[in-house]
Design a protein around this ligand. Structure first.
Ligand code: ADP
Ligand code: MG
Length: 475
């Protein structure tokens, strides 16, 4: 087929494609549409597969990761013959694309669109080291990990483990290292980073990195094929075992049992174990003896990101992508996209794709339009009402005390905590917050924030309370 583009579609079903595009335009909005879809053409439809040509590799990876489902749905509703889609780089453009634009400097042929580490499917449990370990993402190294207050403990601990494990003596600093924190805060990143370091500095060491789900999958499969002995041997001969997202093991009793035995066997042999979860060991829904055992080593908590950390991450990632963004835009993003690092990256990638296509004059307005959905999702996170309700519940005071004028410490303190959290977790201004607390003045809110900051520094138990509430409300 020399004449590409609309030729193919014309033969199959005239007119469909423009209707598909029309649908997409309505769904994703004008900016995203112009950035990603406008330049697509249909290469062919054959055997149920619709093949779409896009101008660049960057775009191909981007669209395939982020819009394939929608695109397929839109296309299907116009043309029943299409049951799958794939993307190719339009050969005419590909030639023009070389030399590669600065954004594509990854060691792999992958464009810098981050496929989240989790998306590897159950089929690809294999690599050069052992069939059990999941593949490692080359981007997730210590060099690429930005350290800030919220993650410094977890980072330091991960480094220690990596060093100890690649050292000649192979010592075990703490067993297990238990990393926990909310979604997208870097747990998987740190685990991959440990694995990379050990793999490069001590290639003879056997390292297994697996999600808890894959661990279960392997276990169930071993049971089915009656190879549980092999399974056990395989796991028990490792030097470093890392299991990601163990909250997924909760409730599955036989897997828990197996995990527990493996765990004990490894600890007895002084092998390093690293675990991650979205909750602390004590909050995991697992057997008691397992829970206490998990808390034996070092439990390192990754806290929600701060503005400074977000800005640092943005700067590093933008540089890595070869993106030059005005400081104002960086600050805007760090301010507005507060949920987690994954979303921050998503925002940056979207901006990257956009600038590649449209040129570099990025304004704040364009960014706002481009990221509409992300920004809205980040705004919608917590309301002051929710904060008040949770805090009142936590300290066992009536919700009405949040707005009442009573000044007894027993109600005033929780109210101050709620004000503090409202400042931390919402985009509301001090006067706005004051109004929500029974029409108080903004100086009262400021005073509350200072007071709580002081107290969290001096009173450990109190700090933990506030931290807990922060975490609960934060995701
Ligand atoms: P989790 O496993 O905690 O859900 P991930 O480790 O998958 O989170 O992190 C989500 C994304 O954010 C990844 O692409 C990761 O590289 C990135 N990320 C998280 N924390 C940092 C950090 N401190 N520095 C650089 N990138 C980070
Ligand atoms: Mg993870």
């Amino acid at each position: 087929m020399t004449e590409t583009g609309s030729m193919g579609i014309l033969q199959n079903s005239p007119g469909d494609w423009s209707r598909v595009l029309g649908r997409l335009r309505r769904e994703v909005g004008e900016t995203a549409f112009r950035s990603y879809f406008r330049l697509m053409t249909v290469e062919r439809i054959a055997g149920g597969e619709g093949v779409i040509a896009v101008p660049t590799r960057f775009l191909r990876n981007w669209v395939a990761t982020h819009y394939a489902d929608r695109l397929l749905a839109a296309w299907r509703s116009e043309n029943r013959a299409v049951s799958r889609i794939s993307f190719i780089v339009d050969p005419r453009h590909e030639r023009a694309e070389r030399p590669q634009p600065p954004a594509i400097q990854q060691p792999q042929q992958m464009a810098p669109v981050p496929a989240p580490a989790e998306t590897t499917s159950a089929g690809d449990i294999a690599d050069d080291k052992g069939q059990l370990s999941a593949p490692l993402d080359p981007r997730l190294t210590f060099e690429n990990f930005i350290v800030g207050k919220p993650n410094e403990l977890a980072h330091a601990a991960a480094r220690r483990v990596a060093e100890a494990c690649s050292g000649r003596a192979h010592s075990v600093p703490f067993n297990p290292l238990f990393l926990y924190g909310g979604v997208g805060l870097g747990k998987t990143h740190l685990m991959h980073a440990i694995a990379w370091q050990v793999r490069t500095q001590a290639p003879a060491r056997k390292v297994i990195y697996l999600s808890a789900e894959k661990f279960m999958y392997q276990f169930v499969r071993a049971v089915r094929f009656r190879s549980t002995m092999d399974f056990k041997d395989e796991f028990r001969s490792v030097d470093l075992l890392m299991i990601d997202d163990v909250q997924f093991i909760s409730g599955k009793e036989s897997t828990q049992e197996e995990f527990f035995h493996t765990f004990n066997a490894l600890v007895d042999q002084n092998r390093q174990i690293v675990i991650s979860a979205d909750k602390s060991p004590s909050d995991l829904d697992i057997e008691e003896r397992m829970r206490s055992r998990l808390g034996w080593g070092l439990v390192a908590d990754i806290h929600p990101t701060t503005y400074e950390l977000r800005l640092g991450i943005l700067q590093a990632k933008a540089e890595h992508l070869g993106l030059q963004l005005p400081q104002k835009i960086m600050e805007f993003l760090a301010h507005k996209i507060t949920s987690n690092v994954r979303e921050l990256e998503g925002a940056l990638n979207r901006i990257g794709a956009h600038t590649q296509l449209v040129g570099r004059d990025l304004t704040l307005e364009t960014v706002q339009e481009l990221l509409q959905d992300l920004l809205r999702a980040n705004e919608r996170r917590v309301t002051i009402d929710e904060i008040q309700r949770r805090v009142a519940e936590h300290f066992n005071v009536k919700m009405a005390e949040m707005t009442s004028s009573r000044r007894a410490r027993i109600v005033a303190r929780p109210r101050q905590v709620a004000m503090y959290l409202a400042k931390q977790l919402t985009q509301r201004s001090l006067p706005e917050i004051g109004r929500k607390f029974g029409g108080r003045d903004h100086t009262t809110v400021m005073h509350a924030v200072k007071k709580i900051e002081e107290l969290t520094r001096s009173d450990r138990a109190f700090a933990e309370d506030v931290e807990l509430l922060h975490r609960m409300l934060g995701n």
